[in-house]
Design a protein around this ligand. Structure first.
Ligand code: FES
Length: 147
């Protein structure tokens, strides 16, 4: 038996799903010039919670995505370090503040050439400090990033 619902019922059902969900899902995606596939999402109470299965780029260890956290204007590079371990980094170079880009297995600043590992550590200066990192927890396919 098919059930037909009107537009108002449909929108009501969708909004109750959104309100009841704690997991942030990607709002849009696209390739950026940063070397990352970029996604937009929103923070909730100082955290971003992601179902990793929504991000095919993160299936392989060593891959990374960029997350644009719209409601707090924050960008995060999320790297899969191992099967159960992720690193969340700010893309802001600690030398003079340009945004790093992914180049193979490194993060490189286009302004003066500072190079960072995917863990955010300086591999080559002039930057002297690692990229800012965020604490993460990974459990049951869900990653929580604490901003
Ligand atoms: S701002 Fe990144 S190396 Fe200078």
């Amino acid at each position: 038996m098919n059930t037909i619902i009107n537009r108002r019922e449909f929108l009501g059902a969708i909004s109750s799903l959104v309100v009841g969900s704690i997991i942030t899902v990607p709002l849009l995606s696209g390739c950026a010039t940063t070397g990352f596939v970029s996604y937009a999402t929103k923070a909730n109470n100082g955290t971003v919670i992601l179902d990793v299965s929504h991000f095919p780029e993160l299936k392989e260890i060593g891959n990374a995505i960029q997350i644009n956290v719209e409601n707090i204007s924050e960008e995060i590079i999320l790297v899969r370090k191992s099967e159960n371990d992720f690193t969340a980094l700010s893309p802001i170079c600690t030398h003079l503040g340009c945004s790093v880009k992914k180049e193979n297995t490194f993060l490189r600043c286009p302004c003066h050439g500072s190079t960072y590992s995917l863990a955010g550590n300086v591999v080559r200066g002039p930057a002297e400090k690692p990229l800012t990192s965020y604490h993460t927890d990974f459990s049951n396919g869900t990653i929580t990033i604490y901003l």
